[in-house]
Design a protein around this ligand. Structure first.
Ligand code: PGA
Length: 249
């Protein structure tokens, strides 16, 4: 019942001119794909070009971050209504690089989730433990704290997506094993069932992110509680992103 969602986070790569060319390549290469949702997160400055090229291709587009206020004296920030106005449908909230490099807190994530929903965007709330936290056996506790704060202002009937991204697996070439991912994904779904309702828990898509590649996507996508992937490095290459989108069920 949950359509697989394959998302590419381009991070701070691809200026508008390159991003436009890449969007055209993806549109052409992925035109025949059915039964999977595809989503890309270009840098802010490339959003207009990418949205224009993807048009009605079925590939959706989102922002990598947002500010929780609608507008105001927040130099350098971008609000949810600005993203919605461009034609974005989604936005990442609390990516580990935002949390760890830019000091975003769990409370900031809750405000951002609310702002995204108010603007009609679907937030993708990212959660995940560091290596230290995993080794201290604190993975569940950390994830529950991030979920509780990030989803605090969310109601049962609102639409959101979650992404489990263990920090130690992002950009490191070290993927969580299917067993490790499975354990956390199951736990997140059970948590959703108690915080919301079993109905909502059955409906929400939970993505995995962290060194997803053509070589490991098939095994990850076989996990019953893993509904898609959030891809960084491998999303910048059309061959590898194409292969990931065409994961073998
Ligand atoms: P990676 O990044 O695939 O390069 O590990 C994933 C992410 O940060 O979303």
């Amino acid at each position: 019942m949950r359509t697989p969602l394959i998302a590419g986070n381009w991070k701070m790569h691809l200026a508008p001119t390159e991003a436009r060319k890449y969007a055209i390549r993806l549109r052409v290469r992925l035109a025949d794909v059915r039964g999977r949702d595809i989503l890309v997160f270009p840098p802010f400055t490339a959003l207009p070009a990418v949205i224009e090229e993807l048009g009605r291709s079925g590939i959706a587009c989102g922002g990598q971050n947002l500010h929780w206020e609608k507008q105001g004296a927040f130099t350098g920030e971008i609000s949810a209504p600005f993203l919605a106005d461009l034609g974005c449908s989604h936005v990442l909230v609390g990516h580990s690089e935002r949390r760890h490099i830019f000091g975003e807190t769990d409370e900031d994530c809750g405000r951002k989730t609310r702002a995204a929903l108010d603007a009609g965007l679907t937030p993708i709330l990212c959660v995940g433990e560091t290596l230290e936290q995993r080794e201290a056996d604190a993975t569940r506790q950390v994830i529950e704290r991030q979920l509780a704060a990030g989803l605090k202002p969310v109601q049962e009937d609102e639409k959101f997506v979650l992404a489990y991204e263990p920090v130690w697996a992002i950009g490191t070439g070290r993927t969580a094993s299917p067993e490790q991912a499975d354990e956390v994904h199951r736990h997140i779904r059970a948590w959703l069932g108690s915080r919301f309702t079993p109905d909502l828990a059955a409906r929400v898509r939970i993505l995995y992110g962290g060194s997803v590649k053509p070589e490991n996507v098939d095994d990850l996508m076989k996990l019953p509680d893993l509904d898609g992937v959030l891809v960084g490095g491998a999303a910048l290459n059309a061959d590898s992103f194409d292969r990931i989108v065409r994961f073998l069920p």
